[in-house]
Design a protein around this ligand. Sequence first.
Ligand SMILES: C[S@@+](CC[C@H](N)C(=O)[O-])C[C@H]1O[C@@H](n2cnc3c(N)ncnc32)[C@H](O)[C@@H]1O
Length: 439
Amino acid sequence: MDYKENFEEILIEYNLEKKPVSVDFKKLVDSVKFTERATHSIHTYTAKLIPNIPYYFFNNSFFVSDRAKVLDPFCGSGTVLLEAKLAGLNSFGSDANPLARLITRVKCNNYDISKLENIKNRLKKDLGNVTSVHNFIGNKSFDFWFEKHIQVQLASIKEVVSNIKEVKYQEFYLLCFSNCVRKVSKADSRISVPVKLNPDRYADGSKLKISSLKKLDELKSISVFDKFFEIVDQNIKRVENKSFISNYRQVGKLVSEDSRNLTPLRDNSIDLILTSPPYAGAQKYIRASSLNLYWLGYNSLGELDKLNIGRENYKKDEYKALKKTDIKSADYLLQKIFDKNPLRAYIAANYILEMAEAFKESARVLKKNKYLVLVASNNVVCNYEFRTQEYLKEIILKLGFTLECEMVDDIKSYGLMTKRNKTASIISSEHILIFKKNG
Ligand SMILES: C[S@@+](CC[C@H](N)C(=O)[O-])C[C@H]1O[C@@H](n2cnc3c(N)ncnc32)[C@H](O)[C@@H]1O
């Protein structure tokens, strides 16, 4: 199906009043079952974009033609890259989180199913022979999150998977391993950042108390090997499912770790940008992935966080003075936030300045007269509505774009939000802003 006509109608409606047109993407694109489509569910990730949105734009001759090149500078778990590939387009991405990059690579790679099966059988044998981890020691933090027998089994899996020679096959199994980590930990699965399950928090007899007690009890005797191979089987099915519908010739490729430097991409080389950006302090991508990242061998999460736009960790002397952003409406609000909480004002100001750098780089690589689609919400900082999408709009317009259309979708469930934080949260209504780079 080509959504061109549908978009042209939306455009007419928008141009009548220049007000966001209300669209329900789940209803508009309802012929595809996305949860089990191809490899979308190969690994969990915080605040994934609903695939209905990229599907709409990539199956739309208003925006793309054959072999168009698509970019998502904040690609997260690769939803946009995978949908581009499935639509027969070439796609490029960047993300600051190594877990996100691993998911994206595995999601978009082509695999030989019989080779995956052979490796699986070899791993089963190898796991029977692992001896070196029997005296696995771990550390205090591991003991906090994992039962001892679970740590030993995880270390065993890590060891045999690390011996897989061919990188892309090793990565497939590392991803299955990573997906297992959170499931066998004591972290509460309802919260994106790791928070230990605590049955005492809930009333006696309540559903949550019963389920937390049950989970903690199961962990005492769970076989991590069984859980791992269960995930492997599910993921092999997903890869097989993808191979039926995917176009093998198209690339889905990562070009960098930082959207502010997309050097491998030439000036004016991209036909369409579609992205959902990070937020100021509202999503903690590195922290949400911390258990996975530790087990994947990343020990310095503080270092990884430094690349993250919207990060929260700053030293006291960094936020003594308020930073100016040159975005008038933002600077007014930042002053009010600064009076209440200088750190929060610094986080938000830095966010705006770093997003401006990222969009400057996106503008460089996009062809003239082509589109940038931004999917963004507003969020709350210190109880003030922080109009993220308005500020990003102003940044993009300053870079030589015209706003062509604006849609709004009241998204009901949008990944795992960080709702525990009273100072920063996201308002669940998505704005889809469509900009055209001036010729
Ligand atoms: C809203 S999420 C994207 C989710 C993605 N659309 C998906 O479906 O999984 C925003 C992403 O921006 C990434 N990010 C933050 N700072 C970045 C930077 N400097 N360069 C590239 N990515 C960054 C975060 O790691 C996070 O994965």
